[in-house]
Design a protein around this ligand. Structure first.
Ligand code: ATP
Length: 225
């Protein structure tokens, strides 16, 4: 369980994730132009935007994989990051991946990972090599590896891509469970439906994060792909 902290003398919770005036360019391509957001403890936040709007760039910066050109990013040292592309080794089994990450995270056991596998419905694949798994099952493992150390902040890039409907529903049950445990979750997606599930929502448009609840324009493609 993770506790929400308050600013001394106020009841305002300190945001778990704080982004202020972040800019990022690739050469002359100015992708982020002063992006700002604050995600509260125990909140489920969503960033939606069309293909190529800069969602993955933003998340890579939040995860510390990419440096912003300018601006401030504050987050806890301990967080989980589920990138859009899986970072799995095709020759190793599911169980071997869990063991590697258990050591890396310094976990006593795999109880939480087992629970997550159960919720996502892939315990039967424990001894299968990653190269033999479907894309959806690889994504379930990717997600489990990001969540198994129970961090206070989760950064998830298109976490439900490749999921069937039942798994998609289970994913949202899992997200509610994480909230109840006090974790904050930030999900980026180009899919602009189910927006009412989020406590906080931003639209990434023209390099800026706009507060909002409307999904107009998110299904189109900036790059003509
Ligand atoms: N390493 C890079 N070098 C140059 N340009 C890049 C690089 N990474 C991303 N871009 C460009 O930056 C823009 C934002 O890309 P990004 O992947 O962050 O968008 P996205 O919103 O996550 O897209 P999608 O929904 O398709 O995953 C795109 O125009 C992309 O082509």
């Amino acid at each position: 369980m993770h506790a929400a902290h308050n600013t001394p003398g106020t009841t305002e919770p300190i945001p778990v994730l704080h982004v202020d005036d972040v800019h990022k360019s690739y050469g002359r391509h100015h992708v982020l132009r002063g992006a700002c957001l604050s995600l509260a403890a125990g909140h489920l936040g969503g960033v939606v935007g069309e293909n190529g709007s800069g969602k993955s760039t933003l998340l890579q910066m939040l995860a510390g994989q990419l440096a912003p050109d300018r601006g401030v990013i504050r987050r806890p040292a301990d967080f989980g990051y589920c990138p859009q592309r899986t970072v799995l080794h095709p020759a190793f089994t599911v169980q071997q991946h869990l063991r590697f990450f258990q050591v890396a995270y310094g976990l006593q056991n795999l109880d939480r990972a087992d629970h997550l596998m159960d919720i996502l419905g892939f315990t039967g694949y424990r001894h299968r090599q990653v190269s033999t798994l479907s894309g959806g099952t690889q994504q379930k493992l990717n997600l489990t590896l990001a969540l198994m150390h129970d961090p206070p902040l989760l950064l998830l890039d298109e976490p439900y891509q490749g999921f069937d409907w039942e798994t998609y529903e289970r994913f949202w049950e899992l997200a509610s469970d994480l909230k109840e445990r006090g974790s904050s979750v930030l999900i980026v997606s180009h899919l602009a439906f189910d927006l009412t599930r989020f406590d906080q929502l931003w639209h990434l448009r023209d390099g800026q994060l706009l507060n909002g609840t409307h999904a107009e324009g998110t299904a189109t493609n900036r790059e003509g792909r």
